[in-house]
Write a protein of this length. Sequence first.
Length: 113
Amino acid sequence: MRTTSDDVIDRLTDWHRRLRVQFPIIEADPGAAYLDSAATTQKPAAVLDAVTEFLTTTNANVGRGSYPWATATNARIDAAREQLRKVLGDTATDSSVEFVSGTSHGLRAVAQD
């Protein structure tokens, strides 16, 4: 079966609709086009939900305490690190995964390695 340009346009239109609906701020203003992602990217609902859930249940600094919220935060970070290692095919003893406090810290670490 041959794909026509109309088929491609239909698929892209559907993809575009499914993508936009994930972003509440964009969905609220259907005519908007956000082009400043280098400065601040808009967040999809799944990210907003995860951040809200974290901030309202286990918000604590990593590695700085042994109270329940800190323990839960440490467990979440460890689980995320392990999940990322698996996706990358790394092992716990030989991993390229390093969580850092920010871009500057990460870039310094890479430059010094």
